[in-house]
Design a protein around this ligand. Structure first.
Ligand code: ARG
Length: 590
């Protein structure tokens, strides 16, 4: 609806101001009004354009009102109010007409105008031989939502899991694991069956301790790293074994979380091993490489140490080795040239903000983002930490990182109690399924519904509450609508209508439903999933208020009843679509 309305407004108002501003469209943004007495939408165009038009805002607003007043199919009233705002009051017919169109669109108005863009979303990006903990949760689920949202808008999304699989930690695990692997082989056993990720993690921890205490251990690990990076066949084979073993458990968690990442999306640090030298060469050719104390560096203007001296980005160490930075620079070239992306998005902890700012700046000064004849944008999507009830980063009682697997299991178990309380008569199998949807959904939603820049306190009771801005609340709203159809003996995916408005709660719901594309567009622009969460929560609340005031099943007027079924069905679809964009299941009963 907004799109159609915006077109109309542009067509009527642009001629009034075209001689004063080149791009009037930018000024006609429709705003939602705080209360219905001020109309359904407002425009502040006259406020912003009065100055270039050399007139008073109210005078310009009145002129604009006069140009819109004839559109009686759209407006019951258009008014100019001091100091120069314009309030638009829509006709019920306009709302239902646009609502009908919205309901007929299989894409639910989500497709954006313009050419699709190729977007890389780098997320999850776990490290091999370490179990996923809550820190990886945020990258994984925020990144997944961004990938879903951008592809729903029509962009070509390429997911990239930039695994930490080619650095010293890997060498340290290999140092400890190699003898074990040989031993298993001698016994004719399959390491993939015999070893777990938890064991690998223990080996890594042992190696860390050894390297700290004994220089020989550190030297041995460094030697392994060099041999691995030089392509030692046996080490490469072991490296592969460990990577697959490690990722097997990661995929188990992705599946449980309903995350889209697959093996095809893997492009870890090792993926760039043969292009690192070339990356450095390209930096040299652009004239920005400087040797400093034997290391190859780029000095950037914006990054200074505390004493004002320029801070180097080291792209090749004095021993010839490469850094985390170099891998990311190689990845940028690959994503721009091989993947042909024009938008690169990186979802990591805020603590990596400086890393990305520097890497992006190197890419910009080297001209890589202008090179391919299309502008390339690089965006870091940072997020805060998950805290425990003590406001410190979430840890187990013994002070260890909380394992994601344990967290998910506990959420599902606790959700089971919620289902049991809400609907004890459900068959056992359904209870189990619903508990999974609710438990996993609750964890994801609690994370996604926060402005990602903030830290948040992890709390099972809060995220599983059936009231408030939680997954169970939205899931329950969805299930409740499905149960309305069940009670009426109607198919849940039936078509109803036509829409018709009578009660103010119907009108408010009809308007709210059509705001889905706006909420999703905001997520795509700002890369903040909580905007969509807030929208869905408002929608569910609006639906509750409609359902409290407007009887559906007991409605006696058949046409009105059909129109209410229409609103129910559309609300159910919008909730399900919105939850799906968040990667959360919408149960049909609960
Ligand atoms: N593996 C890294 C870590 O756990 C995150 C990688 C993020 N992506 C990237 N292209 N640097 O810290």
């Amino acid at each position: 609806m907004r799109k159609a309305l915006a077109e109309l407004i542009h067509a009527r108002l642009a001629p009034l101001v075209a001689e004063f501003v080149p791009n009037p469209r930018d000024f006609f943004e429709l705003q939602t009004t705080p209360d219905p007495a001020k109309g359904d939408f407002a425009l502040n165009a006259a406020m912003k354009l009065a100055k270039p038009a050399r007139t008073r805002p109210l005078d310009l607003a009145q002129k604009m009102v006069a140009a819109l007043a004839a559109e009686t199919a759209w407006f019951t009233k258009v008014e100019a109010v001091p100091p120069g705002f314009i309030n638009l009051f829509l006709t019920d017919e306009a709302i239902t007409r646009e609502l009908g169109r919205f309901a007929e669109d299989a894409e639910m108005g989500l497709r954006r105008d313009g050419r699709p863009e190729t977007v890389v979303v780098d997320y999850s990006s776990v490290n091999i031989a370490k179990q996923m903990h809550v820190g990886h949760l945020r990258s994984t689920i925020i990144g997944d939502v961004l990938a879903r949202v951008l592809s729903a808008r029509g962009d070509r999304v390429i997911r990239q899991n930039h695994l930490g699989d080619w650095g010293l930690p890997m060498a340290m695990v290999l140092w400890k694991a190699t003898p074990l692997l040989r031993d298993l082989e001698a016994k004719g056993l399959d390491p993939a069956r015999e070893l777990s990720l938890a064991q690998l993690e223990t080996l890594y921890r042992e190696a860390t301790r050894a390297c700290e205490a004994q220089p020989e251990a550190a030297a041995a690990c460094h030697d392994i790293l060099v041999r691995l990076q030089n392509g030692d066949a046996v080490l490469l084979q072991d490296w592969r074994t460990i990577t697959r073993l490690s990722m097997r458990e990661v995929y188990r968690l992705y599946e449980e979380l309903g995350v889209l990442l697959t093996q095809e999306d893997e492009a870890g640090e090792s993926h760039y091993r043969d292009s690192l030298a070339d990356t450095v060469r390209q930096i040299r050719e652009s004239g920005h490489l400087v040797e400093s104390r034997g290391a190859q560096c780029v000095f950037l203007e914006h990054f200074k140490a505390k004493d004002g001296s320029p801070l180097p980005v080291i792209v090749q160490k004095s021993d010839g080795g490469f850094n985390y930075e170099t891998f990311d620079l190689a990845a940028i070239l690959y994503r721009i040239h091989a993947l042909k992306a024009s938008r690169l998005i990186y979802v990591t902890d805020a603590r990596q903000a400086l890393h990305f700012a520097q890497v992006f700046d190197v890419a910009h000064v080297c001209g890589w983002t202008k090179d391919p004849g299309r502008p390339v944008t690089l965006e870091h999507v940072p997020f805060g930490s998950v805290l425990g009830e003590d406001n410190k980063p979430l840890k187990t009682r013994s002070g260890e990182n909380v394992k994601l697997a344990d967290l998910l299991a506990e959420a599902v178990e606790r959700a089971r109690a919620v289902v049991e309380e809400k609907n004890p008569d459900l068959p056992e199998e359904t209870k189990r399924q619903v508990a999974r949807m609710v438990g996993i959904g609750a964890i994801k939603y609690a994370d996604l519904s926060q402005n990602r820049n903030n830290d948040y306190v992890f709390s099972f009771p809060r995220m599983l509450a059936l009231q408030g801005n939680t997954a169970p609340y939205l899931q329950y709203a969805h299930a409740r609508i499905c149960s309305i159809f069940r009670k009426a003996g109607l198919p849940a995916d039936g078509a109803f209508g036509p829409p018709r408005l009578g009660h103010p709660a119907e009108r408010a719901l009809a308007l709210k439903l059509q705001e889905l594309p706006t909420a999703v567009a905001a997520v795509a622009a700002e890369l903040r999933p909580h905007t969509l969460c807030n929208y869905l929560y408002e929608l569910a609340t609006q639906f509750t208020s409609f359902y409290d005031q407007c009887p559906v099943l007991t409605c006696e007027d058949p046409a009105r009843k059909q129109a209410r079924f229409f609103l129910c069905r559309l609300t159910q679809r919008v909730l399900a679509r919105g939850l799906d964009l968040l990667g959360i299941d919408a149960p049909r009963e609960m």
